[in-house]
Design a protein around this ligand. Structure first.
Ligand SMILES: NC(=O)c1ccc[n+]([C@@H]2O[C@H](COP(=O)([O-])OP(=O)(O)OC[C@H]3O[C@@H](n4cnc5c(N)ncnc54)[C@H](O)[C@@H]3O)[C@@H](O)[C@H]2O)c1
Length: 361
């Protein structure tokens, strides 16, 4: 953690004065404000855009989508392309994605394909957006009921993290974003792990805990950006970031398709519990450490009551996972705190056993 007001970490800027930094960056890049298109959802348009507008002026054009995961669709991509084209966006335009991970995934995708690619910057406004989705250059939309089935690798010019945006973030979204912070702690940060181990976070995050999380943001981002720098295109080390996500995505998709939506973070929390179980069976994770992490997760998230009901659906989704190679289910597991291992072939019976274990909690 830095004492400075402002730091720049791997093209991610954060600090109290970051929006003024954005303004200066726009001047440096000679981007006229009327050539800026801000993509937001209706919540971030209401709560965050006025703050951005007060800094960059009123000439930018705001395009708003519904604040739901289902906005990450081909249909909405088509609508955004239409609006950009209608409002004369061209290769010199800049797209600013102002929102949580849904907006950075969707807006990043549109920016990467519209006219074969426009410059874009992310201004993440949710904890999950700041801690994870805006870092690492992945865009994505959901197709055929499968999460992120279509997407691109495309890096924003810059990421500007303005922590005061979090003031309007609902408590449930703090909980949602915390799952990725937990993941970063267990795969790659002694400092974050120490915080989690001591913080005793329950079903609601206190204001002091929120402050601590914000202070740890540079470290949270470092874990991901260090891994991404070594393996941008996800062939090796980057897969460590998938810890909890094979089961997590399968659970999230089952919930969304079964009209019982579960947030990304809650699904990843459940997925981590299953994958910790598999890690103990297959990667030698110490049972006491597994239980300790599991307790931290269940103290915050409890357990998702629908896993039993959606079991078949969850297992079906695992078969469709992007991390599948031919018929093999490949996973990232945990050998110890800070020691993830990637590309482990996990037999289906272990996955089923982990889901069964989850339903006993
Ligand atoms: N590309 C990646 O590397 C990556 C990584 C992790 C997650 N993701 C994606 O991120 C998405 C989830 O992101 P999310 O959890 O941020 O969800 P989200 O973007 O849907 O935001 C959650 C809710 O919080 C609201 N919100 C956001 N910021 C706010 C603010 N400052 N004030 C008030 N309300 C605010 C939004 O309007 C929304 O209702 C998923 O689609 C997931 O696939 C992508």
């Amino acid at each position: 953690m830095t004492e400075k007001d402002e730091v720049k970490i791997h093209d991610v800027r954060l600090g109290r004065d970051v929006l003024n930094d954005l303004n200066k960056w726009l001047d440096d890049q000679k981007i006229t404000r009327k050539n800026i298109y801000v993509i937001a959802d209706s919540n971030t348009a209401r709560d965050c855009y006025p703050i951005l507008e007060a800094v960059i002026g009123t000439d930018a054009k705001l395009i708003t989508v519904e604040p739901v995961e289902s906005s990450k669709s081909l249909e909405v991509v088509g609508q955004l392309v239409f609006k950009l084209s209608y409002q004369m966006a061209d290769r010199d335009s800049l797209i600013i994605n102002l929102g949580g991970g849904m907006i950075t995934d969707l807006g990043g995708f549109v920016a990467s394909v519209y006219m074969r690619g426009l410059r874009f910057v992310h201004i993440p406004t949710s904890l999950l957006g700041m801690a994870d989705a805006s870092v690492g250059g992945k865009t994505g939309i959901n197709v055929l009921g499968i999460k992120n089935l279509i997407g691109t690798f495309d890096f924003p010019q810059e990421v500007f993290i303005h922590s005061p945006f979090l003031k309007t973030l609902p408590d449930e979204e703090w909980i949602n974003g915390l799952a990725e912070v937990i993941k970063h702690a267990i795969i790659g940060s002694a400092e974050l792990w120490e915080f989690l181990d001591k913080a005793n976070i329950g079903t609601r995050i206190s204001d002091d805990q929120k402050d601590s999380i914000m202070k740890l943001m540079p470290e949270i981002i470092r874990v991901k950006s260090d891994i991404v720098k070594e393996d941008v295109f996800d062939h090796g080390k980057r897969m460590a970031l998938n810890f909890g996500h094979t089961l997590g995505h399968a659970i999230e998709t089952a919930g969304n398709n079964g009209n019982t939506p579960i947030s990304h973070g809650r699904a990843v929390a459940a997925g981590m519990i299953c994958e910790l179980y598999i890690s103990e069976q297959m990667a030698g994770l110490d049972s006491a450490i597994r239980k300790k992490i599991e307790n931290i997760i269940t103290n915050i998230y409890g357990t998702w009551p629908n896993v039993e009901r959606f079991k078949e659906h969850i297992l079906f989704n695992i078969h469709n996972d992007k991390k599948r190679r031919q018929d093999k289910i490949m996973m990232s597991l945990l050998r110890n705190i800070g020691e993830p291992i990637v590309n482990v072939e996990v037999p289906m019976y272990q996955i089923m056993a982990s889901v069964d274990y989850y339903t006993t909690l």
